[in-house]
Design a protein around this ligand. Structure first.
Ligand SMILES: NC(=O)c1ccc[n+]([C@@H]2O[C@H](COP(=O)([O-])OP(=O)(O)OC[C@H]3O[C@@H](n4cnc5c(N)ncnc54)[C@H](OP(=O)(O)O)[C@@H]3O)[C@@H](O)[C@H]2O)c1
Length: 248
């Protein structure tokens, strides 16, 4: 398939390598990167592409989606930090009768990890001694905080636990309320992404951690998602792709 890689930064370049490994060709679009072929999303730049993969910037992505949808393109959206606009984006996808798959994290491993964390939260919810908390670490170039992955993970935990109903991401300079799930963010260095959930009792701590080793796993997931979206219309999350992989 011929892909359009929108945003030729750290992730765009990994996706280009994975696309080549998997036998795809691609066109690159980036507002500034000197090594990208095009600066803008137009019929000329992306018209020949089967699926567009966007890893750009939270402030660009919704405008990009509107342009890609208007050109009738199916999309995979990896850019994070726009989830307040989910309803608007869904209506754009439906209006233009295109396909879109989004995820705050395209690592297949982290999406399997979501399922483990949700199952663990449901188990610990039955045991009064255990509290739950979490944190995430990302490199110093990440634009948004908390990570979209942390937001999704925290929401899944509060949905699974009757004792928790409110994720709190800010620094707490007070005691957390019993119904609050504190999920903290740390930025620095070059870590491509670590998410840890802790179940903590007076007697012990059980830690579940997903640590990305490289961005390559994220790029593999994004290209697999593009292959999945080649013939699909409508609004999809990566859960649909994971369901298709694990047979649900
Ligand atoms: N879902 C996932 O699995 C996953 C994984 C990793 C990263 N991400 C997210 O993906 C996004 C990109 O991450 P990254 O590390 O690759 O960032 P990056 O290295 O900064 O690359 C993004 C590139 O997109 C360019 N860009 C910005 N607006 C654009 C537009 N309208 N059209 C075309 N190109 C545009 C940027 O240009 P300028 O530098 O000039 O702005 C930059 O070159 C972030 O939101 C990040 O959080 C998601």
């Amino acid at each position: 398939m011929h892909l359009a890689i929108i945003g030729y930064g750290r992730m765009g370049k990994e996706i280009a390598d994975v696309a080549t490994e998997r036998g795809h060709t691609f066109t690159t679009v980036d507002v500034n990167a000197p090594d990208a072929e095009h600066a803008r999303i137009t019929q000329e730049s992306v018209g020949a592409c089967g699926v567009c993969i966007d890893f750009t910037h939270p402030q660009s992505v919704v405008g990009n989606i509107e342009q890609m949808a208007a050109l009738g393109k199916h999309m995979v959206i990896g850019t994070t930090g726009w989830y307040g606009e989910l309803d608007h984006v869904r209506s754009v996808v439906e209006e233009h009768d295109v396909g879109l798959l989004w995820s705050p994290n395209f690592s297949i491993g982290v999406n399997l990890f979501f399922r483990l964390v949700t199952a663990a939260a449901a188990i610990f919810d039955n045991v009064a001694d255990y509290d739950v908390m979490g944190y995430e670490i990302h490199h110093n170039g990440k634009a948004d905080s908390p990570s979209g992955t942390a937001i999704k993970m925290a929401q899944q935990i509060v949905d699974a636990m009757s004792s928790k109903d409110t994720p709190v991401y800010e620094m707490l300079n007070r005691r957390p309320e019993p119904n609050e799930l504190h999920f903290a963010s740390l930025r620095g260095g070059s870590n491509p992404g670590r998410h840890t959930v802790l179940f903590d009792s007076p007697f012990d701590t059980i830690e579940l951690t997903h640590q990305n080793r490289t961005r390559r796993g994220l790029a593999v997931g994004a290209v697999l998602a593009a292959e999945y979206m080649r013939e699909r219309k409508g609004f999809h999350s990566i859960d649909d792709l994971i369901d298709s992989m694990v047979g649900e």
